[in-house]
Write a protein that binds this ligand. Sequence first.
Ligand code: F6P
Length: 554
Amino acid sequence: MPTLTQLPAWRALWKHFTRARDWSMRELFDTDPERAQRYWLEQDGLILDYSKNRLTDQTLTLLLQLAREAGVPELIEAMFRGDKINVTEDRAVLHVALRNHAGTPILVDGEDVMPKVNAVLDRMARFSRAVRSGDWVGYTNQPITDIVSIGIGGSDLGPLMVCEALKPYAHPRLAMHFVSNVDSSLLKETLKRVHPETTLFIIESKTFTTSETLTNAHTARDWFLSSTGGAGKVARHFVAVSTNRKAVADFGIDPAHMFEFWDWVGGRYSLWSAIGLPIMLCLGEENFHALLDGAHGMDTHFRTAPLETNMPVLLGLVGIWYINFFGGGSHVIAPYDQYLHRFPAFIQQLDMESNGKQSTRDGRPVDYETAPIIWGGTGINGQHAFFQLLHQGTHIAPIDLIASLDGRGSLPGHHEILLGNMFAQAEAFLRGKTLDEARAELRAAGLDAAAVRALAPFKVFDGNRPTNTLLLQRLDPRCLGALIALYEHKVFVQGAIWGLNSFDQWGVELGKQLAQTIVGELSGESVPVPHDSSTARLIALYRQKNLDGEPSVE
Ligand code: F6P
């Protein structure tokens, strides 16, 4: 099997790049009036305009050839078939089964997983109906008013992002709280705002061994028991979502109050599973199903559409063009929608934990770039902060600009300003401003020749900076489901081309192992073991500050 850099399309792309790197997007638009129409896709309530990129039909032909030579179509099929494509953990990758509303059988080890997926969805629905209606009461017979979700990483970011994004659909009585950080300030501040008699805690952890989550969960339970004088019934106030029944029981939650999912659901792909329980509680069963439906629509498109019109495939390939050829090592997610303010953080985990790798599936080191650094924030705020670098800095960072087309729920006059700015930014990134234009502008403003000469160079924008514009028909559960699935599959396509296993995360393990030792040293439970001199000094300093009788650090 040839490596990526040996593929004919890879080589052809490099040759093509020697010309493409000097292309000006202004010229590409001037010479090709059909461009915006051609590089435009509509699917499942999403519109993707990818015309403002430094590419032509030939670039796309070569990139699509690369996808074929790298085996992207075969890997897509293998995922949907339930093959164990997560090779280092010997697991299938089946978040698509969680939203398989077609109900067609999906087999793992010869067993159709759909009946158990549907059974858990039914249990979640029954529980949500009871909590939302007020039938599920706390130990003093009062309805639940506050839900505290305790989890971290994929067991936090997805539910948090979706509950924020779809706030207008939220249940009016239920306030949602998310606790992820083990820094006790977050839990402390959250507990100040809730009452033990009316609070439901959801402990969300795939493994139920994550120390941050378990520490927060133990502290929350202690708080609950002490503030109810021991009268509180844990069973009415604590439920768990996990794959680890034994650890849930050991923690003291009755497995009857555990919502199950399975090892073939990756943490960062788990919001569609029982990890989405906070979402269902907040938005209701119907909206949760609409979210799944939107994702299922995108799944069907991803599996069946030709590569040429396949939205996740094209988004992935355009990214590859910059990362591997132009050398753009970062990628910006800029939603022009306050409700989507947690979306960049969600995509950051999805992309960087999936494809931030340096070995291929067969264990060879890569000799090309893999995942970019994903960063961003709401676009309109970014314009007054980090966009300066995007316009005139020395990095090329492709940008995804994301917004809801429908402004009808917005306050009068706001949505035009929001989207007007987004479209203007995309135009500015494309056009830039030449020296001649800068001079003309300054002259028109009445500056004399010397001032024009002095100022004009600072007003020059190179432009030619790539953007994708992604519009949702409206920010509703269905379109959001499609949007999230679009990015999941984009990440899949890039990982497939780079030959990675996008579904493990061994890189996070070393820090966890070392932390276990160091936490014991900081608390005084174990004596310090040898470390490098910097780590040893930091540990000694902490002990000196926090443990009695420790000698001072010289
Ligand atoms: O440490 C990384 C990680 O394993 C993520 O992949 C995962 O989403 C997160 O921690 C939380 O894990 P768990 O759901 O098992 O608590």
